[in-house]
Design a protein around this ligand. Structure first.
Ligand code: TIU
Length: 221
């Protein structure tokens, strides 16, 4: 493993291989009709464009026997882990916990809350259920990364400016070297994706790096 052509400058992979792939919230609730994304008033079809890219990265990490973490945004059925502020936010017809066409909206274990079939985790991969937008808040992610001595994170998933960016900022504050995959993340709002890519790599990589998946994959071949 060497370096990846990235912005604002090349991203150095660790020589000891302590790098993980993070796949954020690629769940039906955000990518298919009848889930949370649509309940918030979004066109969910836009997000599906990154599926082949994330699949390719997943194959590369699996082939190199490198750790993969999947996250799911979801709440306990009794909503005890959902703050009232989150529950009550928005003016859509469906709220968290309501019955949608894929089961209860954003509730762990419901059909809509499952990871999409195209990116099903293997038994050896870690799935982090998270009640917040960031993957570190109220989860075991930090402990699990530390256990594997991971220092570098390649970040993918949805949506760029919400759960992906929040997680990347949380990871950056915890000292991880974060690389956001430009074509491996998507938003319901193209301008928000673009702004996020620019803001995380501004000021000399204030939050981290961004790179195209082809340049990342090349570094693992
Ligand atoms: N609404 C939106 O853009 N995102 C979320 O609510 N969660 C995630 O980003 N996963």
């Amino acid at each position: 493993m060497g370096s990846i052509q990235a912005q604002p400058y090349d991203y150095e992979l660790p020589s000891n291989g302590k790098v993980a792939l993070i796949i954020i919230d690629m769940q039906r609730d955000f990518l298919e009709s009848g889930g949370f994304g649509e309940a918030l008033g979004n066109d969910v079809s836009l997000l599906r464009s990154i599926i082949p890219t994330v699949q390719k990265l997943l194959e590369v990490f699996r082939a190199n026997q490198l750790p993969v973490f999947h996250t799911i945004e979801g709440h306990k059925p009794d909503l005890s882990d959902c703050p009232p502020a989150k529950l009550e936010r928005g003016k859509g017809s469906l709220k968290i916990g309501d019955m949608g066409t894929m089961g209860r909206i954003l509730i762990l274990g419901e059909m809509g809350n499952n990871i999409i079939p195209e990116l099903q985790p293997k038994d050896t991969e870690i799935v982090i259920n998270k009640p917040g937008k960031g993957a570190f808040y109220a989860t075991s992610l930090q402990e699990q990364l530390q256990e594997k001595q991971i220092t570098h994170l390649i970040i993918t998933g949805v949506t760029t400016e919400v759960c992906v960016q929040t997680t990347m900022r949380e990871a950056n504050d915890r000292g991880y070297e974060c690389l956001l995959v430009e074509d491996g993340t998507e938003s319901y709002f193209p301008q928000f994706k673009q702004a996020t890519l620019e803001m995380v790599r501004a000021q000399g990589g204030i939050v981290g790096w961004t790179a195209h998946s082809t340049d990342i994959i090349q570094a693992f071949e």
